[in-house]
Ligand binder design. Structure first.
Ligand code: ZN
Length: 149
């Protein structure tokens, strides 16, 4: 399922390649054996499924992994999110969720500190795909809310 087959507007070639690279070779894919928190979320409008596993210690996201299936946008976004959030403090991770949401509302600048995930900014032009891109970030947001203590 590619964006370009369904829509006349093209993402830049560079960003499209970054997205497809994460889709084909996802980072941090797999389960964490003993996560501090884990959550399953799905996006029924597209059939995307994400399970997120976080290991949080001393207020820092030590490890983040995901499993799931679905369209290239949802899976690439999860790969980019886990890459971006590893090693960040919980406060920084919350700020990243906020930045990603702002980027999905069209604010490309907000997404600049998000690493490869900024490549998804073009998705903001495709309302039906925004939920695909947001899924893993919403899983991150809910996971952070569920952290003990
Ligand atoms: Zn999707």
């Amino acid at each position: 399922m590619s964006l370009e087959s369904n829509h006349p507007v093209r993402l830049s070639e560079l960003y499209r390649e970054v997205i497809m690279d994460h889709y084909r070779s996802p980072r941090n894919k797999g389960e964490l054996p003993d996560p501090t928190v884990s959550i399953d979320l799905n996006n029924p409008t597209c059939g995307d499924e994400i399970s997120l596993y976080l290991l949080v210690k001393d207020g820092v996201v030590q490890d983040a992994r995901f499993s799931g299936q679905g369209c290239s946008i949802s899976q690439a976004s999860a790969s980019m999110m886990t890459q971006a959030v590893k090693g960040k403090t919980v406060a920084e991770a919350r700020d990243m969720v906020d930045r990603f949401k702002r980027m999905m509302h069209g604010d490309e600048e907000a997404g600049r500190p998000l690493g490869d995930a900024v490549a998804l900014h073009g998705v903001s032009k495709f309302p039906v795909r925004i939920k695909c891109a947001l899924l893993s970030w919403e899983a991150l947001e809910r996971s952070l809310e569920q952290l003990p203590g």
